[in-house]
Design a protein around this ligand. Structure first.
Ligand SMILES: Cc1cc2nc3c(=O)[nH]c(=O)nc-3n(C[C@H](O)[C@H](O)[C@H](O)COP(=O)(O)OP(=O)(O)OC[C@H]3O[C@@H](n4cnc5c(N)ncnc54)[C@H](O)[C@@H]3O)c2cc1C
Length: 447
């Protein structure tokens, strides 16, 4: 039996390794269009921030290890261009331009997501870049190493844009962020979003909201000019970080059912609408554990986990994934920003009678030196008392604290249940009433 995997990063290589562990004699072939496999894209902003670090440090396992130690037939430089579900065959072109065809018994599509490239004129000029794969990371490192970048403009204000503000400021350039929408981080409660915006401004990042981008121009001195309905922003590096879209074109052309935002629709076993074809990672959808609806939330843990589960199911075991809570955390200079579950607008849209509370607490106990503020927002359903979501911002104690409400969402806990949870306490790590318990107590009063 042959298990073919398209895409050689988190979901694809997790699946290939797992399939080989489950069935050592299985013929596992991975087709990856680039020369890079199995790397941590998530680490790129931090590697770029430090001129002593190499982007290649982020490779988790090298291609030859997969080939020689694990017996996986890993073919880099192989771009798949079509899937024929009836003939059970994929076809494509190698980097050298050679056509290939390959039959499969089971197929996994693990093609990830691609940056939503700005359709703005000038988006293809030298110095206009995106950050998705290691090649992008190397190109940005190279530009910074040449010390030609005095200013950078980041188009977009998602988490990668914000992480890159810190990375670029650490390397010296002035940084401006620009986006057409008028609201900074619209998914975050305004009180919490204001704290993040202040952090950017305190680190000399220009935040330009509600600016309609017109075009990017290049001057004779190889300087870029980002033109909008606001002031002209001059730079040597324009980073396009306006979000990503699922790489689902192959699946769509093969007639597979699509889900939210054109992600590939899968069931709890990662099976697509076509027998023997699975999809996992950033290209595929998932069920949201709070709403029970299909969602597209492209994040790394799900990609790795879905790769494993798809491999189990493709090799005759049964593994079901319950879904995702949308738990995420990122760093903006000295701030930690985290969320899990739904905000009020999302909860209302999903039909809940949403109520929320926002509190401020401390990262350490009352008399313990060095405490900083932790901002917590918590959302519940008034009808059932069920916890729907939590957001947090603070300088310490946020990143891992978000995992407590994340687990509560998976368990379908009410706020009353959550209040009774036995959370850890010691003065250096928080008040005796953990900030999450304080928020839950406040929220309970409004139910
Ligand atoms: C800068 C950055 C920071 C991030 N930070 C975080 C973070 O802090 N936390 C977090 O949870 N997530 C983070 N992510 C997201 C995380 O990296 C992704 O969720 C994860 O990589 C998804 O893995 P994947 O295997 O599904 O897709 P990808 O990593 O996109 O891999 C897909 C692979 O498929 C290949 N491919 C695509 N089409 C074809 C084709 N037709 N033929 C052959 N090969 C093909 C691609 O070349 C690629 O190697 C970050 C992403 C970036 C870019």
């Amino acid at each position: 039996m042959r298990f073919v995997v398209i895409g050689g990063d988190a979901a694809g290589m997790s699946a290939a390794s797992r399939a080989k562990r489950n069935e050592p004699d299985l013929d596992v072939v991975v087709l990856e269009q680039t020369q890079d496999v199995s790397y941590s894209a998530c680490g790129m902003p931090y590697a770029i921030a430090d001129s002593r670090r190499q982007i290649d440090e982020l490779v988790v396992r090298r291609a030859d290890v997969f080939r020689q130690k694990q017996g996986i037939d890993l073919r880099t430089g192989h771009r798949v261009e079509a899937i024929d579900p009836q003939a059970k065959q994929v076809s494509g072109t190698t980097l050298e331009g050679r056509r290939f065809e390959l039959g499969f018994d089971k197929l996994l599509i693990a093609t990830g997501a691609s940056p939503r490239l700005a359709t703005i004129p000038g988006g293809d000029l030298p110095g206009v870049m995106a950050l998705k794969n290691l090649e992008d990371g190397r190109a940005i490192q190279g530009l910074l190493a040449a010390k030609t970048v005095r200013s950078a403009v980041i188009l977009g204000m998602g988490y990668i844009a914000l992480e890159m503000c810190e990375a670029l400021r650490a390397r010296g350039p002035a940084v401006d962020l620009i986006k057409p929408g008028p609201v900074f981080l619209p998914w975050l409660h305004p009180d919490l979003a204001a704290v993040v915006k202040q952090e950017l401004e305190a680190n000399q990042v220009g935040v330009h909201l509600g600016r309609q981008l017109q075009r990017i121009e290049s001057t004779e001195k190889k300087e870029l000019r980002v033109l909008s309905d606001g002031p002209v922003l001059k730079c040597e590096l324009a980073l396009v970080a306006t979000g990503v879209t699922p790489n689902s074109r192959l699946a769509e052309r093969a007639g597979l059912q699509l889900g939210p935002q054109k992600s590939i629709h899968v069931d709890k076993t990662l099976l697509t609408s076509c027998p023997d074809i699975y999809a996992a990672g950033d290209c595929a959808d998932a069920v949201h554990v709070v709403t029970g609806r299909d969602v597209w939330i492209p994040l790394a843990l799900r990609a790795n986990r879905a790769g494993w589960a798809a491999a189990d199911n493709a090799t005759g075991q049964r593994t079901e994934l319950p879904g995702v809570a949308g738990t995420a955390v990122f760093k903006v200079f000295d701030l930690q920003v985290a969320r899990t579950g739904l905000n009020v607008a999302e909860a209302q849209e999903a039909g809940f009678d949403a109520v929320e509370t926002v509190i401020q607490s401390r990262s350490r106990a009352h008399a313990h030196p060095g405490a900083t503020t932790i901002h917590v927002q918590m959302v519940a359903d008034r009808r059932t008392g069920i916890l729907l979501g939590t957001q947090m911002v603070g300088r310490e104690g946020v990143a891992h604290r978000i995992n407590a409400p994340a687990v509560a969402l998976h368990a379908g806990m009410t706020v009353a249940d959550f209040i009774q949870c036995d959370l850890a306490y010691a003065p250096p790590f928080g008040p005796v009433w953990d900030p999450l318990l304080t928020a839950a107590n406040q929220l309970f009063k409004t139910l």
